[in-house]
Design a protein around this ligand. Structure first.
Ligand code: ADP
Length: 612
């Protein structure tokens, strides 16, 4: 439990850490995109500012050029004798008419708005617009500062909204006659509207202000006659008195300076509070007393800056997403690899356990099998020994019968010999003693069999003569064979064959097979046992057939089983022991029914080879 808790804690911490990193990255991306936007904004503003400066220089020189174009004219006219004559004789109608025409002519050629002549009292005595309605002729402009300046012997200049025409004009004045005591003043008025129009449609805005901060030239008509800053009542009264801007309100325009740029330009907001942003650059025109300011809207900057910020952010997000996907893929691959390894490890451990379990099982099974084999071998050895004893019993009975007969015969021969010796018939006595000698030899043979069977077989394979073995077996069974009247035929291909076997054991098999055949022939009319032997590919094949009833089909499978018997006196061990011995000798013992009806036992054994 403790470990699962700590795992959950770890994964929780891992998640919190991951979220913190993601938030930090997002903030970093925002800051970076903001900074990139800021850099671009600065670069764009610098561009705009440079452009503004160039345009402003151009405009100021244009403006100065426009004014300079007319500045020479009043001094030239002030020297003209016709104007002086008229001022000396103001009631000379002919002279006035001539001067009016002359001024109209000059006005037309110079391209100015009006040219007019005032007497020392400020009354206009002649004017280029003498024929127009209203005309300046007869009007008094003595209140204008440019008149006063010229009457003091200095060239004057002034900007004002025309009281008669309502048009914005710039006035150049000059004293007529002797500058020390002027006769009057000649004035050239030029049109300001044309200056404004010259600037229109350039994509930037322009304002020209007078020293009081009143805008009198602007590409935006709604800013005209507005002030850059709120004015005191005194200043407004003074301006009203000069009748510079008759019939105008002079309301302040919202004109807020946001900051100074290092280049000297300024960031501004003009119009409503928080209104449109501008980059403003100003230039002074000291002669005219004007201040010219060029304004470039920042509206072109903001969308570009935002676009850059969004693009930067999108790129960063794209990179982050790609990185995140890649990291996820790597992590999944690592997890899969770890799972695969764990599964393989598990399978390996399971396999090892299984092998260990199976090994234990097999070892145990092997041990049991070995034990069983040992038990079986012990049982078989015991059974063989028991069978031998049984056979010995049978043989003892046979031997008893066999020995009694020669013993009786020997007594008779001995009696006969003694009788013939008494009669001194030595020849007959010798013949009888000869018979006794032969009988003792036979008896010795019979007891020899007994000796062979009393010994436990060694199991060692030596060179054994098949014929010798068969002879031994027949000798043991002789009484039974002869008693039953059986005809035993022995056919060995090549006179004799040699087998790698234990002689006692092989003899025992033959005794069993031939003995059983004798039993089977007990009730038969034709009694024949045939033993055939031949050598074949390193083996010796021996067949024992009889003319008996054969073996019942249902008994064929069980005939080699220990204790299987159909006779009342039999033990049912003979065939079982024979089968086992044949196997021990490396051979086989099988049974079948012969074509003629009797049983046919086939014994196959390994032929003796000199090398083995
Ligand atoms: P036993 O001779 O003591 O019965 P065996 O193992 O020698 O034991 O024989 C088993 C049985 O096989 C016999 O009881 C008999 O029925 C049958 N048998 C063996 N040899 C022959 C044969 N040549 N012909 C017919 N039956 C046979």
């Amino acid at each position: 439990m403790a470990s699962s808790n700590s795992t959950a804690e770890r994964s929780g911490l891992h998640r919190i850490g991951g979220a913190a990193v993601a938030i930090l990255l997002a903030l970093g991306a925002l800051a970076l995109s903001w900074y990139v936007g800021w850099l671009q904004r600065a670069a764009l503003l610098e561009d705009i500012e440079l452009k503004a400066r160039q345009e402003l220089d151009l405009y100021v020189s244009h403006l100065e050029g426009q004014l300079d174009r007319f500045a020479y004219l009043p001094p030239l006219l002030g020297d003209d004798f016709r104007l002086q004559s008229l001022l000396i004789a103001p009631n000379n109608r002919a002279q006035q008419d001539q001067v009016n025409r002359f001024l109209a002519h000059v006005n037309r050629i110079a391209g100015s708005l009006d040219v007019y002549l005032m007497d020392a009292g400020g009354v206009t005595v002649a004017a280029s617009n003498w024929q127009d309605e209203p005309t300046f002729v007869g009007r008094n402009f003595g209140f204008r500062p440019y008149f006063k300046e010229a009457m003091q012997g200095r060239p004057g200049s002034y900007y004002a909204l025309g009281t008669t025409s309502g048009r914005r004009g710039y006035y150049f004045s000059y004293p007529v006659g002797d500058a020390g005591k002027p006769l009057g003043v000649v004035v050239v008025k030029i049109d300001i509207d044309t200056l404004e129009n010259a600037w229109r449609n350039k994509g930037t805005d322009l304002i020209v202000t007078d020293p009081d901060g009143v805008i009198f030239v602007s590409t935006r008509p709604e800013w005209r006659y507005r002030t850059l800053r709120p004015m005191s009542a005194d200043a407004i009264a003074r301006i009203r008195a000069s009748r510079r801007y008759p019939d105008t309100e002079l309301a302040p325009l919202h004109y807020q300076e946001v900051r100074h740029l290092p280049s000297g330009a300024r960031e501004l907001r003009i119009g409503t509070p928080g209104g449109a942003g501008y980059i403003g650059r100003a230039a002074e025109m000291p002669e005219a007393g004007w201040r010219v300011e060029l304004l470039v809207s920042q509206q072109v900057v903001a969308p570009q800056v935002w676009q850059t910020r969004l693009l930067t952010l999108s790129l960063l997000m794209l990179f982050a997403t790609a990185g995140w996907l890649y990291a996820g893929r790597r992590r999944r691959m690592r997890e899969r690899e770890a799972e695969r390894r764990a599964a393989m490890q598990e399978a390996l451990v399971e396999l090892e356990h299984r092998v260990a379990r199976r090994t234990v099982d097999l070892t145990e099974a092997n041990r049991l099998l070995r034990q069983e084999v040992d038990d079986h071998e012990r049982t078989r050895d015991e059974l063989i020994q028991a069978a031998k004893l049984a056979a010995l019993g049978q043989m003892a009975a046979g031997i008893n019968h066999e020995l009694n007969q020669p013993l009786a015969a020997m007594r008779t021969y001995a009696d006969n010999a003694r009788t013939y010796l008494a009669r001194e018939n030595l020849e007959q006595a010798g013949w009888n003693l000869q018979q006794i000698s032969e009988l003792t030899l036979r008896m010795a043979q019979i007891s020899g069999q007994l000796k062979v069977f009393s010994r436990k077989a060694s199991g060692q394979r030596i060179r054994v003569s098949l014929r010798a073995c068969l002879d031994g077996a027949v000798r043991i069974l002789r009484t039974r064979i002869d008693g039953a009247g059986v005809n035993l035929v022995i056919e060995i291909v090549g006179d004799d064959l040699f087998i790698a076997a234990d002689m006692v054991q092989l003899e025992q098999i033959l005794v069993n097979l031939i003995g059983n055949a004798c039993d089977a022939l007990a009730d038969r009319v034709e009694k024949e046992i045939r033993v055939r032997a031949r050598s074949e590919a390193g083996l010796v094949r021996l067949q024992v057939t009889d003319s008996g009833p054969g073996i019942a089909a249902e008994h064929l499978d069980r005939i080699f089983d220990p204790f299987f018997t159909t006779s009342d006196s039999g033990l049912g061990l003979g065939l079982s022991i024979s089968h086992t011995i044949a196997q021990r000798l490396g051979g086989t013992l099988t049974v079948a029914n012969a074509a003629g009806g009797g049983a046919a036992f086939s014994l196959t054994l390994v032929a003796w080879k000199e090398a083995t």
